[in-house]
Design a protein around this ligand. Structure first.
Ligand SMILES: [Ca+2]
Ligand SMILES: [Ca+2]
Ligand SMILES: [Ca+2]
Ligand SMILES: [Ca+2]
Length: 456
């Protein structure tokens, strides 16, 4: 078994063996190699060796090449000769691999031969993740014994399997808010790429029966496909009671500033209510956001949370005024009581203690003292300088198969935490697990599969 590995220029131009150059040296019968990325940059006779060789000087230990091996869901990238010379002779299976850079493999009935589109192939192993439009995404075989984790620890498989050592995730963004004027907030699943319609799509699950078992809408929007540069939030821009879709574009913007674009819920997101370049420069994955009214003028504002690398040595917050297109600050750079944070945290806002001032929720997913998913709340009344709550919950520690939202699901005035399980769910559907704010998140009154298939 050889799976979820990366090989970068390993064994290239290795001349100590009979045959110079190799991707991989396979000496065992029945070896299964899957979901690996073999990457080479040097023109050489790259190949997979199946013969069994001893130490130099190269003497075959066994004249019989390995047989009954299988190679599936792998990426072979690099210049060189065809790699099937020994494979075809010894009954080894090649199926559903990607070959690019001059390689070929005529025995692979499901060969992918277009550029796998690495994020940055000169940036080391992490650069061998796939871009959102890679043809290797969702093109893999679902193999029964996946190993459970990809090269960087993402749980496998996240929806349809991908080819190569990295599973692509983040296609869906989740938001929580009222869409349809009825009392209870709804769950918004925003599909950013590989949508089928060629548009960013909104799939909104009704919260009316606490079951999320039907859709209020499933539609392409006026916005083309997007990527991880864009985050999505639900709020009512124009006070007509119908939720609107806020898109925060963090980088690669025309204005070189973080931008906010608002799509109108009233026409099913077919037009824009607003386009704004904010006063804040471009941002990246060290930032998180929320959209909620801070200064009680009923206009949603943009909360910019800097998780780390700020000047104060803490998790920082700044809030931009929605009333003037986010061009001025309601709260300028402010350190908080929370030390720097990272990818184990998600953020949201809501009025935890019902004093009329929205508070900042931090959901800590892993690495927790309580060995559970934790809820921490910073007090909006003193500009987030102290905590209103630290608590463990009945949710065990969570990973990136979960997304979190904050809102009052049952209209009892207590802000709840909505845990969305995207994949590897018991029901086979995207699931909602709600931590009840009444009682400080110690119960899970709602745990349900939704009408939405598994997401990633
Ligand atoms: Ca609206
Ligand atoms: Ca406001
Ligand atoms: Ca409060
Ligand atoms: Ca509640």
């Amino acid at each position: 078994m050889f799976r979820n590995n990366i090989s970068c220029n390993d064994g290239s131009c290795n001349t100590q063996y009979v045959v110079p150059g190799k991707f991989f040296h396979c000496e065992r019968d029945n070896l299964e190699a899957y979901n690996n990325t073999f990457y080479n940059t040097i023109a050489c006779s790259y190949r997979i060796l199946f013969a069994r060789f001893g130490s130099p000087p190269a003497v075959p230990l066994n004249p019989h090449a390995a047989s009954s091996c299988s190679f599936r869901n792998n990426i072979f990238y690099g210049p060189g000769m065809a790699i099937d010379a020994e494979a075809t002779a010894t009954g080894n299976l090649f199926d559903n691999n990607s070959y690019f850079g001059g390689l070929s493999h005529p025995t692979d009935a499901h060969a992918k031969t277009s550029d796998p589109m690495f994020v940055d192939r000169n940036a080391g192993p992490a650069g061998l993740k796939l871009q959102p439009n890679s043809s290797c995404i969702d093109a893999g075989l679902l193999l029964a014994n996946s190993g459970g984790r990809d090269f960087c620890g993402t749980q496998l498989y996240a929806g349809p399997a991908d080819i190569g050592a990295f599973e692509n995730v983040g296609q869906f963004a989740f938001a929580y808010g009222n869409f349809d004027r009825l009392g209870k907030p709804d769950l918004w699943a925003i599909k950013r790429w590989k949508t089928g319609s060629g548009k960013t799509e909104a799939h909104i699950l009704s919260g009316a029966q606490d079951s999320y078992s039907s859709f209020l809408t499933e539609t392409g929007t006026a916005e083309g496909e997007t990527n991880a540069d864009c985050e999505f939030y639900a709020a009512d821009f124009d006070h007509n009671g119908i939720g609107d879709l806020y898109m925060v574009k963090k980088r690669n913007t025309g204005s070189r500033m973080t931008e906010v674009h608002v799509l109108d819920g009233a026409d099913n997101f077919q037009s824009y209510l607003s386009h704004s370049a904010t006063a804040f420069g471009e941002t990246d994955s060290t930032f998180a956001f929320a959209v909620a009214d801070y200064n009680s003028d009923s206009v949603p504002d943009l909360w910019v949370i800097r998780k780390r690398n700020g000047g104060t040595g803490s998790t920082e917050i700044q809030i931009l005024n929605g009333a003037n297109g986010f061009s001025t600050y309601l709260l300028t750079t402010r350190g908080t009581a929370e030390p720097p944070t990272d990818g184990r945290y998600e953020f949201g806002c809501g009025d935890y203690n019902r004093d009329g001032k929205p508070d900042l929720f931090l959901i800590k997913k892993s690495g927790c003292d309580t060995h559970s998913t934790e809820v921490h709340v910073l007090d909006g009344a003193n500009q987030f300088q102290s905590y209103l709550l630290h608590t463990g919950t009945p949710m065990s520690e969570t990973d990136n198969s979960f997304s979190f939202c904050v809102g009052d699901y049952n209209s009892d005035g207590f802000v709840d935490v909505i845990c969305v399980r995207k994949w590897n769910t018991g029901t086979g559907m995207t699931e909602v697990h709600i931590l009840n704010g009444n009682g400080n998140y110690q119960t899970l009154p709602v745990e349900t599969g939704t009408a939405l298939v598994q997401t990633n």
